[in-house]
Write a new protein. Structure first.
Length: 322
């Protein structure tokens, strides 16, 4: 997301999305505080969704529609406001032997309604020094702003990893004119967030498709940024894809996945990546964890006729899992 648009959005609107039945075998195993974290089992792994907070997205300024008036029509049909409350979610993968964080939240970049990921991590029973690796989906500040405070590492024992193409793009300000003005601040944010880890030799980019850890594989999802990456997590026959910024405004993009957003580096590639991964997720019925779907952002996708359906995990765990 972007500093310029998000800081100007003073009103936080409610996005009313009622939870529906959960259609996957993985189930939460511990009670959680919805405002902070959400724990569930994935095979032998524990997945923890961490809320960084919410921010309002002015859809009329940001979404790129295929035909004039399309977004307004979709929102009106859903009785949804133009100013959409949007979650910012990070995720922890606890394999039992390693603790791998995916994205770090916003830190201090977007004001008081965001920047809560570290508080959520601690509420879930973890300390920043417990984190072995931080996997970055992409280098926009709402995903890396929590890495450093005052030039110091928030996660002192962690190695920071992202796609080599992502690292190369955002660490080169020669690419400034290639992106929309709404995300140009990402160059400085990426450099500042990574600097203390680079100085300590703790930044290690990877190539697309690389196996990052046992049960964790990088999945290239280009378009939103040069090296936008999802992470496929697999344990004991269960699969979760942490897909980063494949989707920003669910009420619109579930109705028409071809609608893009100004933050996307390549509108065409972002649209293709979304269509491909949504079809795959619906066909194979694995779990999705999404950075900007309503917290905890975990659920499954299905499609009947022309309609996409998002089925979130239940708001509270079943009694048997507590």
């Amino acid at each position: 997301m972007t500093v310029r648009f998000l800081k100007s959005a003073a009103v936080i609107a409610s996005l009313a999305v009622a939870p529906v039945a959960y259609a996957q075998s993985a189930a939460p195993t511990a009670a959680s505080t919805p405002a902070d974290f959400y724990k569930m089992k994935l095979g032998h792994f524990t997945i923890v969704a961490l809320s960084d907070g919410t921010i309002a997205l002015p859809t009329d300024q940001l979404l790129v529609e295929r035909t004039p008036g399309e977004v307004k029509t979709i929102l009106a049909a859903a009785n949804a406001p133009t100013l959409q409350t949007t979650s910012v979610n990070a995720y922890l993968i606890d394999t039992g032997s390693r603790r791998i964080l995916v994205d770090s939240g916003s830190g201090s970049y977007f004001g008081p309604t965001l920047g809560r990921a570290i508080t959520a991590l601690k509420a879930a029973g973890y300390k920043p020094e417990d984190i072995d690796e931080v996997l970055i989906t992409h280098l926009h500040p709402d995903h890396v702003g929590g890495l450093a405070v005052g030039g110091a590492r928030v996660f002192p024992n962690a190695t920071i990893r992202m796609a080599q193409s992502e690292y190369d793009f955002w660490l080169d300000k020669g690419n400034l004119t290639k992106v929309d003005g709404s995300v140009q601040s990402s160059f400085d944010a990426a450099a500042a967030s990574l600097a203390p880890y680079s100085a300590a030799g703790r930044v290690k980019p990877f190539r697309a498709g690389e196996t990052i850890d046992t049960g964790v594989t990088a999945v290239s999802l280009p378009g939103h940024t040069a090296g936008h990456t999802g992470y496929r997590v697999e344990s004991d026959g269960k699969t979760l894809l942490i897909w980063g910024d494949v989707m920003h405004v669910a009420v619109v993009q579930l109705k028409d996945p071809a609608v893009t957003i100004k933050f996307d580096l390549s509108q065409a590639d972002a649209s293709r990546s979304r269509a491909t991964i949504m079809a795959d997720a619906a066909k194979r019925r694995y779990l999705i964890a999404a950075a900007h779907l309503q917290f905890p952002g975990i659920g499954t996708l299905s499609k009947s006729a022309q309609d996409w359906q998002w089925t979130p995990v239940p708001a509270t765990p079943p009694a048997s899992a507590q």
